[in-house]
Design a protein around this ligand. Sequence first.
Ligand code: MG
Length: 254
Amino acid sequence: MNFLRFDDGGVPRYGRLDGEMVAPLDAAPWEGGEAAGRPIPLAGLTLLPPVPPGGKVLCIGRNYLAHAKELGNEVPAEPLVFLKPSTSLLAHGGTVVLPPESERVDFEGELALVIGRRARRVGREAFADVVFGITPALDISARDLQKKDGQWWRAKGFDTFCPCGPVVATGVDASDLGLRTILDGAVKQDGRTSRMIFDLPALVSWVSQAMTLEPGDLLLTGTPEGVGPLAPGQLLELEIEGLPRLSVRVEKEG
Ligand code: MG
C-alpha cells in the first residue's frame, strides 16, 4: 500500500493512496491509522513530506563501492552514519534552494527506510518489525562545504536538502530495486539496491546500537555512482522501481 501526508486546510493529515483518490487516515499509518472521512482526489492536494517534522533523518555515506570510488574515498569498514536535520525535509513538488554559501551542490538519489516501531540495540532479524516502508529520498549535498567543514551539519543540512516522497510504500521487498536519478529528463544515476556494501537489515541494526529509532524516523541508505551538480531551473527526479516518482525543482536562493 502507498501512504502519503497532505495539507488539509492548514492541518497535516495522513492518507492512503487508492488509485487517484486519497482516503484520509485518523492517525499515522505506522500507528495503525484507519480511513476516516470522504476520499479526496489526489490531483487537488498539496503534499507534505511523508514523515512528520521533528524526527531523525539518519543517512549512510559511501554504501556503494562505485560511488565511494568516484569521489576518491575509501570503502568504510563499518557503516558511515551522519544526520540531517528534519528542517531539511522537502515535499514532492517542492523546490531545492541552492544556498549562496556553496558553489557546488550535488544530487544523491537514495532509497530511504521509514521506521514504524521504536527500536534500540536490535539485531538484523528485527528488520521487518522495525521498518514500516520505503520512500525515495534525495541527499542533497554541498560538496565544497562537505570537504571544508569538519562536520557535515550544513553541507547536508541546509533547508530543502532532503526531498522525499511522494509516498511511503509498504509490502515491498527493497533488497533489489532499481533506482534512477533523472535530471532534466536525462538519467544520471542508474543503480540497484542489491549493490549496497552494508545491506538494509545490517544498517538498521547498526544505527540502533547507538540511538533509539522512533516511528517516523527516516534512514537514507546511500547513493550509487553518478552523482553530479545541480543548477537553477533544473527538474530533479528520483524513481525507485515500483514507486511513484519524486520530482522537485531547483532554484537559487533569493
Ligand atoms: Mg548520500
